[in-house]
Ligand binder design. Structure first.
Ligand SMILES: [Fe+2]
Length: 310
């Protein structure tokens, strides 16, 4: 059920800064007391099987954060409890939202250090995949790494960059960057190549595929390349971009001069500068860490090309 004191606190923050944010109408209560026993059991099924897959594949910072935030299989976490811990670490919080959070509202939330999360959990017949992000994707997948200062700072910078992308009409490119990093990124760690993207951390099949299956390319992360590389959303990816560290991701975000890059995306000046890449292919200048066989992708490449959405 709704907790009035927390809603007042939430809106108090909004009123204290003297403006009504663009996302205010999207915020809802998590409604933790309304979860049924069956929904908590669904969380447990998802949690147990995913942790088993992630233990040898997810980056240590992500796995450690589960403990820091008190996540466990027993029940769906209560946002109020998660936020007490998260706020004290990096100043971020998870906020329940309803409906689609479009670009501007999403950017504005990130600038206010709020990460949107669906409050519903998928049905039992949707354990492996559902299109609309639920609490298992948003909370389980996205929130743990917001305990990491460099990752949290990157998310803030990403949100700040939204206004410039809107001005240049390049939000599509910024969305691609989000896709190839925060959703489907890999990272080099002391214990080897690991997952950090939320889309991978919350996917039973793709968390295994991206590392174990030789199909997909692994490319060294390059901000410009990611922004040019198109995306389809309904199948495993043909390419993953690998960052050196969250610190390096943050540094690239703050040290890049986006304005000339955005001008080039629009094809101003030399036409080839506006080149867009399909996610299946390798190009001159790519730093290839693993050339994938594309065996998983090739039989359905034509279909996936027709489903390019970003
Ligand atoms: Fe996501």
């Amino acid at each position: 059920m709704h907790r009035m004191s927390d809603q007042v606190r939430e809106w108090g923050v909004i009123m204290a800064v003297g403006r009504t944010p663009s996302y205010a109408h999207l915020i809802v209560e998590q409604g933790w007391n309304d979860y049924t026993r069956k929904e908590h059991e669904t969380w447990k099924i998802l949690y147990d099987r995913q942790l088993e897959v992630l233990a040898p594949r997810a980056c240590p910072a992500y796995l450690e954060a589960h403990k820091t935030l008190g996540f466990n299989a027993t029940q769906i976490p209560d946002f109020h409890e998660v936020n007490e811990r998260l706020r004290s670490l990096t100043g971020w919080e998870v906020v329940a939202t309803s409906g689609l959070v479009k670009s501007k509202a999403f950017f504005d939330m990130l600038v206010d250090r709020k990460f949107p999360s669906g409050n519903f959990i998928r049905r039992r017949d949707q354990l492996d995949y559902l299109e609309e992000p639920d609490i298992f994707h948003d909370l389980f997948g996205h929130i743990p790494l917001l305990t990491n200062q460099a990752y949290a700072d990157y998310m803030f910078e990403y949100g700040k960059g939204g206004a410039r992308a809107i001005k240049y009409k390049t939000t599509k490119n910024l969305a691609r960057l989000n896709w190839w990093t925060i959703e489907f990124g890999l990272i080099k760690t002391e214990v080897g190549l690991r997952i950090y993207g939320a889309g991978l951390c919350s996917s039973f099949g793709e968390a295994q595929y991206c590392i174990d299956d030789p199909s997909a390319h692994h490319l060294q992360f390059d901000l410009d390349r990611c922004m040019r590389t198109s995306v389809y959303i309904n199948d495993f990816q043909p390419v993953y971009f690998v960052i050196d560290s969250f610190e390096s991701l943050f540094e690239q975000a703050v040290n890049t001069d986006f304005s000339p890059m955005y001008e080039s995306f629009k094809g101003l000046g030399e036409k080839q500068l506006a080149a867009e890449y399909l996610p299946f292919d390798l190009f001159a200048g790519d730093s290839v860490l693993r050339q994938g066989t594309q065996a998983y992708i090739d039989p359905k490449r034509q279909l996936l090309e027709s489903e390019i959405s970003i």
